[in-house]
Design a protein. Sequence first.
Length: 159
Amino acid sequence: MEGGEVITLRPLEVSDIDHFMVWANTSKEDGIKYLESIKSHPWLRAICIADKPVGAISVEPNTGSDACRGKLGYVLATEYWGRGIVTEAVKMVSERIFKEWPHLERLEALVDVDNLRSQRVLEKAGFLKEGVLRKFYRIKGRLVDVAIFSLLSTDVKNP
């Protein structure tokens, strides 16, 4: 990671609202409601530099017969892009999540095919691009193709 910055992951708190507003595209009132609603999220963490939240990362578990899979998501304030912060956070999550959730065999991430930076984050973190899902998401009113990436529990080197 550039600049020798040390990142940490911790639960997001309602008191993080001012930092959250930097990267969230919502009103402060809706932001507070969201931060209150995520207290029960199974795995959502703030990405912090010097305990200042600069983004967030989450794993959403699947249920039932798909419980062996989880979906990775992340967001970072634009002023911190290009510094290796999300790549490091994804690596940290990948090392932890398979230990914390032993039933998990596969971590997946879906990325807009035009978002090359995010695809590079996943590749650097050891994820494999498996293909493209055509017209899979609606983003800002338009259907977009997404690349699907995965990391298996057997791909992670556990010390």
